[in-house]
Design a protein around this ligand. Structure first.
Ligand code: PMT
Length: 408
């Protein structure tokens, strides 16, 4: 997948710079052409001679060549590349990139780069956890850059924590994944709901559920990887999105999720409803914390929330595809089929709490897909990321079949 790809490898001043040598070797072995751009501090950690020998290209560090005074054009370099990888990326370079401080060749090249940019941070655990670094990384994500999260382990300081630059093999895998993923969903707009909803009882309490958002976020990443323009409407979760083509909207309650979904679905090609939406909310939200009374029982009056899936099903146009989930504990197939029909879905993904490793919170799921013709396809227990790929394979086929029949 990397054969013939032109990669700019940015190296900054970190002890992890030695790993860049392995990364160059891996890239070259896979047929990529590598141009190294190194910061002045980077050269303190690894010599340009090593890097130019491995990449078969002179290493660029300054704006002008020391030898003949010729100008290194960061603009040409930025246009040349199929991807730019900054590995290792220090807190300082990440900060400069986030704020456009173009005082070295690496950052000017970054600012001129039209290709996708991958950033592999490397630093001490406290520097990585500091709000300044985290905010800068969020800014870079917002620019559409990919952050290759550092791993946990022993750091150069001998402290143990998160901040170790990801291993070169893993970075190669990320790049290969990027260049290999099919783009079957290019130009498709997909709205996804994920996570739980919180229904306020009073200023300190709510009705919620155990959804972590993992399944919905995996679906969003899988769709974006295949070229879709994704809007992810999520309830309260502690996950972050990676792909730059995921537009995330955070909501809290079912009513808020309903409002966003109904506003966005008419312009979308597909909707995937993975959120665990509370069916009921307190009829009245107390404006002050409810105090414990002397009586032992308390009654909370609940009122029905809108059914987001059913409402989207009611306005679905013939070319649109709507995918629902069913989380069941008994009579799974009957309940899932009933939801499929009642909500006017094209297919429904059934997961049962009776299956070990399926449903809420964990990293795995075990699903069956039931389509509108009553066909049932069962899948084995897999990571949610792999489950998401299976669901999106099914979505791609369903969209294709519909586009043959109906014009958007
Ligand atoms: O987030 P994780 O921890 O990774 O867990 C994943 C999951 C278990 C939440 C997910 O796989 C899942 O099953 N999501 C749907 C859970 C659910 O609420 O199912 P349901 O059978 O109650 O609802 C049926 C369908 O209608 C779902 O698509 C749901 O999003 C939708 N719905 C339900 C109620 C409502 N008021 N509006 C809705 O849109």
């Amino acid at each position: 997948m990397l054969q013939g790809k032109k990669i700019i490898l940015g190296i900054t001043g970190s002890i992890a710079a030695y790993k860049a040598a392995y990364l160059i070797r891996g890239l070259v072995k896979k047929g990529a052409e590598v141009q190294v751009v190194i910061t002045p501090a980077g050269k303190e950690f690894i010599t340009p001679i090593t890097l130019s020998a491995l990449s078969s290209h002179p290493v660029i560090s300054e704006f002008f060549s020391n030898r003949d005074g010729s100008w290194h054009s960061h603009v040409d370099l930025g246009l040349w590349a199929d991807a730019m990888v900054i590995a290792p990326a220090t807190a300082s370079t990440i900060g400069k990139m986030a704020h456009g401080i173009a005082d070295n060749m690496l950052v000017t090249t970054y600012l001129s780069c039209k290709a996708p940019v991958f950033i592999a941070p490397a630093m001490d655990l406290d520097m990585f956890a500091h709000p300044a670094t985290q905010q800068n990384l969020e800014i870079l994500k917002g620019f559409g850059n990919y952050i290759i999260e550092p791993g946990e382990g022993e750091l150069a300081s001998h402290l143990v924590g998160k901040g170790r630059m990801e291993e070169p093999d893993k970075i190669l895998e990320v790049l290969e994944d990027f260049f290999s993923s099919g783009q079957e969903l290019q130009k498709k707009k997909i709205v996804i709901t994920a996570g739980p909803t919180y229904e306020k009882i009073d200023p300190v309490r709510f009705i919620g559920n155990y959804s972590s958002g993992k399944m919905g976020f995996a679906l969003a990443e899988a769709c974006a990887k295949r070229g879709a323009d994704v809007t992810l409407i999520t309830g309260p979760v502690s996950l972050s999105t990676i792909h730059p083509h995921i537009h995330r909207i955070d909501v809290e309650s079912a009513e808020e999720m309903y409002g966003m979904a109904m506003q966005l679905f008419p312009q979308a090609d597909a909707g995937i409803l993975c959120a665990a939406v509370a069916d009921y909310r307190p009829a009245v939200v107390a404006d002050k914390k409810i105090k414990r009374e002397s009586n032992e029982n308390m009654t909370l009056e609940l009122t029905a929330n809108p059914d987001i899936a059913a409402s989207m099903g009611a306005i679905k146009k013939p070319h649109q595809v709507l995918v629902g989930f069913a989380l069941e504990t008994n009579d799974e197939l009957t309940h899932a089929t009933d939801k499929l029909n009642r909500k006017n879905l094209d297919f429904i993904v059934l997961n049962s709490l009776r299956e070990e490793g399926a449903g809420f919170r964990g990293d795995t799921n075990k699903i069956s897909i039931i389509d509108a013709n009553g066909n049932v396809k069962e899948f084995s227990l897999q990571l949610k990321t792999a489950v998401a790929e299976d669901i999106i394979d099914h979505l791609v086929v369903t969209l294709k079949n519909k586009s043959v029949l109906f014009e958007a």
